[in-house]
Design a protein around this ligand. Structure first.
Ligand code: DX5
Ligand code: ZN
Length: 231
């Protein structure tokens, strides 16, 4: 991954004006739209389902980065794929058959991603890494927007970057980070090894989305260049 991507999380958008908010971040040069699906079981919060994904699909051309924080995701993959998701993220903490779910996502013609909670080790990726387009490192415990970044995510991102490079998958698997990402920590997250930044309140709580996204990208890109010249 040779450039930094910015994925606004619509969890922090004004849901009463969702179509406008999605269009606004698209105009503001977002790369992906991050959509948080929560079931009230795996995480203590409830958000939205396939009908909302379908509605968002109609108002943007950007790829939909759908983060499934739900139990038994295998029962729902096809519905989210049909609704218009492009990348489907599943949590290994609720997937006893992680390999099968990843294959199910790929057979649906979508990109598969695995999301790791703060306490989940990288080892869970060992036998599936080559089948993924993205690994999402949670830098908060999932369930809510607006939480503080957990610093132990940084060495984890670095270890994951090393694993991806060692496996020769740097052009295939990207590293995204989700939770508490703001202007003031964007550079260190990219310096640690990430290439994609998910940000909810860090973008939607600011007045000028275009300016915030541009600044996140500039800080991230500078860090990416420093990282590649250091090697
Ligand atoms: C948390 C969600 C995040 C959330 C991030 O469970 O997965 O995507 O929207 O929100 P911020 O950027 O406000 O921490
Ligand atoms: Zn998320």
């Amino acid at each position: 991954m040779h450039h930094v991507r910015i994925a606004p999380s619509i969890l922090a958008a004004d849901f009463g004006r969702l179509a406008e908010e999605v269009s606004a971040v698209e105009r503001a040069s977002a790369d992906l739209i991050h959509i948080d699906v929560m079931d009230g079981h795996f995480v203590p919060n409830l958000t939205l389902g396939p009908v909302v994904i379908e509605a968002v699909r109609k108002v943007t051309k950007l790829p939909l980065d759908v983060h499934l924080m739900i139990e038994e995701p295998d029962r729902w993959i096809d519905a989210y794929a049909q609704a218009g998701a492009d990348i489907l993220h599943v949590h290994p903490e609720v997937c006893p058959h992680l390999h099968r779910v990843i294959q199910q996502i790929r057979h649906a013609g979508k990109q598969a991603a695995v999301v790791l909670n703060p306490a989940t080790p990288l080892q869970v990726l060992d036998h599936v890494l080559q089948d993924l387009s993205m690994v999402l490192v949670m830098s908060v415990n999932p369930g809510f927007g607006g939480q503080s970044f957990i610093p132990s995510a940084l060495p984890k991102i670095t270890a994951l970057r090393q694993l991806i490079e060692a496996r020769g998958l740097a052009d295939v698997v990207s590293i995204s980070v989700d939770g508490g990402i703001k202007l003031d920590n964007a550079a260190e997250v990219i310096a640690a090894g990430a290439d994609t930044l998910v940000s909810g309140s860090g973008i939607f709580a600011t007045r000028d989305y275009a300016q915030t996204i541009a600044e996140l990208r500039t800080r991230g890109t500078d860090a990416l260049h420093r990282r590649s010249t250091q090697r």
